[in-house]
Design a binder for this molecule. Structure first.
Ligand SMILES: [Cu+2]
Length: 178
């Protein structure tokens, strides 16, 4: 009995000490205000080519919608509690393809006529950890309008891409770690 307890204690102790790498994370999207029927599920998978972000968003009107990582896990006040686009290095908002962009700048998702947005891309700035520049425990937010990716020639463009209200969000959580 003592040996079993000792083994369990060592296991639990070493687990807390391990530098576990997150392999996959997920976000379940919904509209906390209930005023839209947008739902979705995205997975974040660590690969050799960066983090793959893939999944589906449903119930969203046809066209482009900004999709960003926002600062915090507080999705109260209809997602506004999550704060602005996650920007640990304090740089201007841009396109995910830009050399200089915020970590949260993940561009747009594209919804078809049936209100379905299939998402599948890689990003090399997203980190699956809880460090100052990591996205675990932050939020992913879908916006009402298209993100102009910092090309809008006004102040808002350089902070949020003029992409309007917040229509769905969720907290990015760990799914599997080493
Ligand atoms: Cu945003």
């Amino acid at each position: 009995m003592f040996k079993v307890l000792l083994a369990a204690a060592i296991l639990s102790f070493s687990c807390h000490l391990c530098n576990c790498a997150v392999k996959t994370a997920y976000v379940h999207l919904r509209d906390p205000s209930g005023s839209t029927e947008v739902t979705g599920e995205l997975n974040f998978t660590q690969t050799a080519n960066g983090v793959r972000i893939h999944g589906k968003i449903l119930g969203i009107h046809e066209g482009l919608h900004g999709g960003h990582v926002h600062e915090s896990a507080n999705i109260g006040r209809s997602c506004a509690g999550a704060g602005g686009v996650f920007n640990p290095h304090n740089v201007p908002h841009g396109s995910p393809k830009d050399k200089i962009r915020t970590v949260g700048d993940l561009g747009n998702v594209v919804a078809d006529e049936y209100g379905v947005a299939v998402v599948d891309f890689f990003d090399d700035l997203v980190r699956l950890n809880t460090d100052v520049d990591g996205v675990i425990g932050r939020s992913y937010v879908i916006h009402e309008k298209e993100d102009d990716l910092g090309r809008g020639n006004n102040k808002e463009s350089k902070t949020n891409g003029n992409c309007g209200g917040l229509i769905a969000c969720g907290v990015i959580e760990v799914l599997e770690e080493d």
